[in-house]
Design a protein around this ligand. Structure first.
Ligand SMILES: Nc1ncnc2c1ncn2[C@@H]1O[C@H](COP(=O)(O)OP(=O)(O)OP(=O)(O)O)[C@@H](O)[C@H]1O
Ligand SMILES: [Mg+2]
Length: 346
C-alpha cells in the first residue's frame, strides 16, 4: 500500500485491514489494532475474525474483482455486529482493504425498541383475548344465564381496567423519560405526603394483616419536588411492598439524613419482610416490563412498569433509588432526594 494512503487510513475512526489473496494481513490501521488486539502483519485474517460469511465474501472479491459489503457477527465476537466494506484501493487488485464499522450499539438500541414493541403487544394481547373470549361466551353459551353473564362482565371489567392501567403507565413513562412532562417543583414535606400514601393503601395492607410503621430519624423532611410525581413514587414502592409481602408481616418506613459528596439527602426507606429478590435480578427489576415472577405479578394486575417509572421520576429529581434485598428476609427500597436544606434562598 502506498505510504500516503496508509497515512490517511491511520487517521480513520474505524478499523481497516488490508489483506492479500492468501488472506494474510498486509496492513492494519490504529483503530483495527485497538479492536482486534492479536492483529499483526502476515497473520491470516480468519485467525483474527472468525466468520464463514466474511471468508466467503473475501474469496468472492478476489475471484470476481467485485467489491463486497456484508453485515456479520464473528464467532469470536458474539456481542458484536460489524458492517464490512471491501475495496480495492490499488489498480492491480492484489490487495483488498476491508473497512469495519461496529454497529453493535445501534443494533442494541434497535433490539431495545423491538423488544419494547413486542412486550407492549404481548401485554395488551393477554387481556384483550380474555375480553374477546368473554364476549363470545355471553353471546353464545351464557345468553340466558344472568349469573354467568354477571361473572363474565366482571372479568371483562377487570381486564379492561388492566389495559387502561397499562396505557396510563406507558404514557407516564414515555413523558417522564423524554423530559416532555413538565415537573412543577415546590417545597414538599415528604413525611406528610407518605402519610397520605399509607392512608390510601391502608385497606389493602389490612386485608393481609400487614402493619405499617413510620420512623422519623430527621426533621429535615422537606424537598423541592413535583407533588404528583412524588405520590407516584411512594404509591408504587408501598404497593410493591404490600404485594410482595406475606400475610401478618411488617413494613417499616424510615426517614433519615444522608450526606453524599458534601450534599445532604433525605432518604426514605421502605422495608418489607417479603420473599426478597435474588441478587442477579436486582439490577433488572427497574427495567421496563421486567418481573421476577411474571405470573404472580400479572395475577396482582401488575404491568412491570412501576419501578421503571419510579426510577425515572427519582432521576428527574436528581435523586437516587437504592435497592437492598435478601431472599427469605425481605427488601428495602430507598429513595434519596436532595434535601431542601442545600438550597440557598437568595
Ligand atoms: N418489595 C418487593 N419485594 C420483592 N420483589 C419485588 C418488590 N418490589 C418489586 N419486586 C419485583 O420487581 C418486579 C418489578 O416491579 P414493578 O413495580 O416494576 O412491576 P410490578 O409490581 O410487577 O407491576 P406494576 O407495574 O403494577 O407495579 C416485580 O414484578 C417483582 O418481581
Ligand atoms: Mg409494582
Amino acid at each position: 500500500m502506498q505510504n500516503n494512503i496508509s497515512k490517511i487510513l491511520d487517521k480513520l475512526p474505524f478499523a481497516c485491514i488490508s489483506i492479500a489473496k492468501n488472506k494474510k494481513v498486509l496492513y492494519f490501521n490504529y483503530e483495527a489494532k485497538k479492536k482486534f488486539i492479536f492483529l499483526k502483519e502476515n497473520i491470516k485474517i480468519d485467525n483474527i475474525i472468525e466468520s464463514e460469511e466474511l471468508n466467503e465474501k473475501i474469496d468472492n472479491s478476489f475471484a470476481t474483482n467485485k467489491e463486497n459489503n456484508i453485515n456479520f457477527t464473528p464467532l469470536n465476537f458474539q456481542d458484536s455486529f460489524f458492517d464490512a466494506n471491501m475495496v480495492f484501493l490499488e489498480n492491480d487488485k492484489k490487495e483488498l482493504t476491508i473497512f469495519f464499522t461496529d454497529e453493535s450499539l445501534k443494533r442494541g438500541y434497535e433490539k431495545m425498541r423491538t423488544d419494547f414493541i413486542a412486550n407492549v403487544s404481548h401485554e395488551l394481547r393477554t387481556p384483550l383475548s380474555s375480553i374477546i373470549a368473554s364476549v363470545e361466551t355471553i353471546q353464545n353459551n351464557a345468553n340466558n344465564d344472568k349469573t354467568a353473564q354477571i361473572k363474565f362482565l366482571e372479568s371483562m371489567g377487570k381486564q379492561a381496567w388492566r389495559m387502561s392501567r397499562l396505557v396510563e403507565d406507558l404514557l407516564t413513562l414515555s413523558k417522564i423519560e423524554s423530559d416532555d412532562k413538565e415537573l412543577h417543583f415546590e417545597s414538599i414535606n415528604v413525611a406528610d405526603l407518605v402519610q397520605g400514601v399509607v392512608d390510601n393503601l391502608y385497606n389493602k395492607a389490612d386485608k393481609k394483616n400487614i402493619k405499617i410503621r413510620i420512623i422519623k430519624n430527621t426533621d429535615k423532611l422537606n424537598v423541592k419536588a413535583d407533588y404528583d410525581a412524588m405520590m407516584q413514587v411512594f404509591i408504587n414502592l408501598l404497593d410493591n411492598a404490600i404485594n410482595y409481602s406475606k400475610e401478618n408481616s411488617n413494613i417499616t418506613i424510615n426517614f433519615d439524613e444522608e450526606t453524599n459528596n458534601d450534599k445532604l439527602y433525605l432518604k426514605i426507606s421502605i422495608t418489607d419482610e417479603g420473599d426478597g429478590i435474588e441478587k442477579k435480578y436486582i439490577n433488572r427489576i427497574t427495567q421496563r416490563f421486567y418481573r421476577v415472577d411474571k405470573n404472580r405479578s400479572r395475577m396482582q394486575g401488575g404491568t412491570g412498569l412501576g419501578l421503571a417509572i419510579v426510577k425515572h421520576i427519582i432521576q428527574r429529581h436528581q435523586g437516587e433509588l437504592d435497592i437492598k434485598s435478601k431472599v427469605g428476609i425481605g427488601s428495602t427500597f430507598s429513595a434519596l432526594f436532595p434535601s431542601q436544606e442545600n438550597i440557598k434562598i437568595l
